[in-house]
Write a protein that binds this ligand. Sequence first.
Ligand SMILES: Nc1ncnc2c1ncn2[C@@H]1O[C@H](COP(=O)(O)OP(=O)(O)OP(=O)(O)O)[C@@H](O)[C@H]1O
Length: 295
Amino acid sequence: MKKAQVIINPSSGRGKAEDYADPIIKILEKRYEEVEIRKTEGAGDAKRFADEGTRDGANLIVAVGGDGTVNEAVNGIASHEKRPKFAIIPLGTVNDLARVLGIPLDPEEAIEILSEEHLVTIDLAKASDTYFTNGLAVGKIPESIHEVTAEEKSKLGPLAYIWAGAKKLLENEKIAVKVLSEEREFEGELTAVVMSLTGQLGGIKEVFPEAKLQDGKIHILLVHEMDLAETAKILPEILSRQITESENMTYITTEKVTLEALHGEDYVSDVDGEEGPHLPFTVEVLKAHLQVLVP
Ligand SMILES: Nc1ncnc2c1ncn2[C@@H]1O[C@H](COP(=O)(O)OP(=O)(O)OP(=O)(O)O)[C@@H](O)[C@H]1O
């Protein structure tokens, strides 16, 4: 018996998420004998539902919501040996993974992907016990993301994050870290450590032009200096996809990397736009770990 589970965050999509339940059920009932709808009420629900759905033998899990919901669902699935296929109906402000995979950002169009079974297999990464699909960052600028309130987000949209980051950029506060990988070691002060599986960060495409969803690698930028003048200088490089190595940047491609605070400070990471583990931790790539429905 084929089972599908649909996890909906009713608070996403400007409160319209639940309107999509009926059309989703209609499409899925053509392919699955059992379709279960579960609505989240708060943090942790989407992870728990996906974990239970996976244990229960679901063949497909659909996340209907923003990046927070998608991340949680992936975290509920990823630790299991036998994993269901995964689908995203994007209803967030950024929708990083959906963008990378070419999933339509219009929910009505996105629902159409459920009527067929075009799959791509993507890498995931794991930092401590947290799985992620897109990126991880450490530094005062990434930390500022967690200070953006829901009110600012609904008022300003993605600009809220840019605004929060820009304020921190002006303060130019560094982190003292040790970065260890087989390919390279670094010890010292950095503005930020930014890593990506997909090449995309915060909605900006191809920050890491060499990154592929299935290359088994994580792409890491050590940002040494990033005051306002420097940023203005390198931003065109970033946007024109020429970032590799410069005085201000070290670029590392690896399968496994460890981050430690040098003097015992408490630094928290940002993982796919949510608060992630505190240093120290190791990030590892899990090659071809999740099958995702795409158009
Ligand atoms: N029923 C609910 N009411 C209010 N908040 C909820 C509910 N269910 C889940 N949440 C919260 O919503 C958060 C996830 O939101 P999600 O990412 O899906 O949408 P978003 O915030 O609009 O998107 P984005 O992350 O792209 O900005 C979770 O952290 C969770 O705590």
